[in-house]
Design a protein around this ligand. Sequence first.
Ligand code: TPP
Length: 564
Amino acid sequence: MHTSSINNVVWARALLDTLRASGVTDFCVAPGSRSAPLAIALNELAQCDAQIAIHTHFDERGLGFFAMSLSRSRGEPVAVITTSGTAVANLYPAVIEAWESCVPLVLLTADRPDYLIHCGANQAIEQQHLFQKHTMYSHNFTLPTSQEMLRHQQHTVAGVKSVFRPIHLNCQFDEPLYPENGHPGATDALGNTARADISSVTSQDDLVQQLKQHLKSSQRTLFVLGGLLPRQAAMLAPWLGRADGLVFADINSQFRFGGFDNQLHLLDVSLLNPQFIAAFNPDCIVQFGGRLVSKRVNQFLACASARYWLVNERDINLDPSRRAYRLTLSLADFCKQVSPALSRWEAKSVVLQNHESIAEDVRTNLSVQWHEASIASTVASELTTQDALFVGNSLAIRMLDSWLPQLDIQPAVFSNRGASGIDGLLASAVALSHGTCRQVVVLLGDTSLLHDLNSLGLLSKARKPIKIVVLNNDGGRIFGMLPAGEQTAYESLFAMPPGQSDFLNVARQFSLAYFCATEHGSLRAVLGTVLSSPEHALLECKIDGDAGVERIKLLMTRLQCLKI
Ligand SMILES: Cc1ncc(C[n+]2csc(CCOP(=O)(O)OP(=O)(O)O)c2C)c(N)n1
């Protein structure tokens, strides 16, 4: 948890002021949440300094080259701001060019705090010294906790005047990332930087024995299914079928669509409802696989009083709360060694009934509303078990994970959640068709599609048709779900770029069949044709800017107050 007296924006502002005083006037910015403190501080700085120029672009690779060429033509360092994860790595080609050509660049890359690295936290990668061989120096600014650190920061940044090649300033920020909202933020709820890793002091055999005992004695077991490959899911299915308790399946678990009778498909949004929470009190949580998409479920797991077990085939930590007892063993061994629990969750039917009341309300609303959640659900409901679904990051994956009702199909589901980039999604989807020989339906946002437009050139490598469903809401509207939506710089620095995409012409250029839907009637009318056609196709679902996100927020408020 961020205990700093120096808040993020003050710290970011100090950094930018020093850069400005060192002669930097041009800032190239790509959108992101972790980098919000830098973007917000920059916007404030630009309000009172006419010399500051802000150049925005959603593709960090192009943005890096833009900055490099601007710096070369001016003979002055230009700064680049990106969010964390693969956004940073996308700067690499431009950094190499700048290094080889002796062009100064100041790379300001936002990062998560150290304690969120190597524990399965979203969009968290090893960023420090990423460009080591191609920078004059790199510095990692950890969370600012003292005035002394601020002075050190200013001293380090002032050196920019004399650079003639790229430098890298990696800037860690903790939540809350936005000023004036006072919300606790995911990491605060999860956070305890100093928590010991319980599993490291107990042998694996002992842990298996303890879990067996615990499963026997517990009354209310919740099984959480995280990211699992189809082969892992197939191995686990018979075991889970015999286990009692309740099940929550993440969108990447291969169990999210159909699954089990005792499954809480809408757990994420059910956790908005106080009545639901009051009756939902597992005393044992067993999770298989990790990297849950839902922040709310992650927070619930971090704070629940139940003992929490995490079974994973690889010895990597996928529990950002560092609370779980971690068992590293193959799922085949697990199923052999541990018998399924026959827990007696007496009030289980109450929880399931509460969940059904919420599900019914959700189904009714989604059938008449037009937004990212309802479109994602409608598209998903028309898939077959033979299809593969590739889900893009941003709203596509979050909406499916939160809102998809129970269905009788189970397509294979894949996504890039290792680092949750919005880059390379189309290329990944085409390779999925090549690798699985399935038709692949790709559901993604318009900025994500623009990010990887070149990969339409890969379509010939697909073995079965690729159906691209793009949620065109004029840019990254996920930020409208976050406090970024309340910032003055929201449209210009976060949700950009409105109106940039003409997907009809994109489809023409790459010889794709093009379809368009603007409401449920037109979506239903074309969806069957799109999904059954033997050709590649692009289906554009047009959503009016933030209107969709506003409706989703209203639906969430409604569920908060729903009497169940
Ligand atoms: C390579 C990369 N750059 C930046 C980000 C930060 N980021 C996460 S979601 C998002 C917006 C995506 O917009 P869009 O694809 O239109 O989807 P929407 O938010 O509208 O669902 C951005 C920029 C990222 N995850 N990966």
